[in-house]
Design a protein around this ligand. Structure first.
Ligand code: AMP
Length: 289
């Protein structure tokens, strides 16, 4: 039987935030990760988004940082994530779960002016959630000091690898103190990433939690079809079913744009969301959706 959050060694302010959010039972990754992180172990978690992995690391980190540390120039926890969307999501979870603690967080990522981010860093939040490129820019400018980091989290490490962030990650590592706790989360573990993990993690506990399954309400169907007929099939599906809205995933930015255009031309209100868009365009696309 699943244990309740109250049986984990999390203090009252954190338990209150969990109650506020209606989190009663830890997910499997939370149940396994939280005690290890509280103990100070390095952890490598093979887990996808949707498994509750954010709270799995955010809760014990908040617990650790709850008691103020000594004087410092920079963040005590650094969470590195591949995209601004993920960074925003992660920082939101730190804010919500840390609501009743004094732990503060901020986020930095590219594609937006850096002024507000630099100002937020000046108030020395305990937690910094960052995308690699902007973080390195700010480190190079002396706007953020990484010498006080006690806990490092690399989230969606496989996506960071796919996006070519490995050299940036290695540079970031060079700015961190040698003695620290390291947590790495990734849905897959390609060879090059394993090498990085070997360099970063010290005697990690490896948690394999890849048996995530879709929500009960989600039905999976596979259609075999010639590539030239894909659009017709998609239209058929969209026409047949009583869709209020649908998300279509494509392999490339170019295809996303093309299919959105084609659907739009055929009377389906469609919009593409892809990496080449500015943050404003992305927000408008999501709001329209
Ligand atoms: P994540 O995998 O961290 O992106 O989390 C997936 C979703 O599950 C998020 O919307 C969380 O707010 C939610 N969540 C995480 N942990 C729990 C929990 N123990 N109980 C209920 N919901 C949760």
């Amino acid at each position: 039987m699943a244990i309740p959050f109250t049986s984990l060694a999390l203090s009252e302010p954190i338990q209150s935030a969990l109650q506020e959010r209606d989190y009663t039972t830890p997910s499997p990754i939370q149940e396994q990760t939280i005690p290890l992180v509280l103990k100070g172990d390095d952890v490598m978690g093979c887990a996808q988004t949707g498994t509750g992995k954010t709270a799995a690391f955010a809760l014990p980190i908040l617990e650790r940082l709850r008691e103020g540390g000594g004087p410092r120039r920079g963040p005590r926890a650094l969470v590195v994530a591949p995209t601004r969307e993920l960074a925003t999501q992660l920082q939101g979870e730190f804010e919500r779960l840390g609501e009743f603690t004094r732990v503060r967080s901020t986020k930095v990522f590219g594609g937006v002016p850096q002024g507000a981010q630099v100002r937020a860093l000046k108030s020395r939040p305990e937690v910094l959630v960052a995308c690699p490129g902007r973080l390195l820019d700010l480190v190079d400018q002396g706007a953020v000091h990484l010498g006080d980091v006690e806990v490092l989290v690399l989230d969606e490490a496989d996506h960071m690898f796919d996006m070519g962030f490995l050299p940036s990650l290695r540079r970031i590592l060079g700015h961190l103190p040698a003695r620290r706790q390291n947590l790495l989360f990734s849905a897959t573990m390609p060879k090059e990433l394993r090498r990085l993990a070997d360099d970063v993690l010290v005697q990690p506990v490896v948690l394999e939690l890849n048996h995530s399954k879709p929500a009960e309400t989600i039905e999976h169907v596979l259609y075999r079809c010639a590539p030239t007929l894909r659009l017709e099939l998609l239209e058929d599906i969209l026409d047949d079913d009583d869709f209020r809205s649908a998300i279509v995933f494509l392999r490339t930015k170019h295809r996303a744009r093309r299919v959105a255009k084609q659907l739009d031309a055929r009377g389906h209100r469609a919009i593409a969301l892809q990496g080449n868009m500015t943050q404003g365009q992305r927000v408008r696309a999501m709001e329209g959706f």
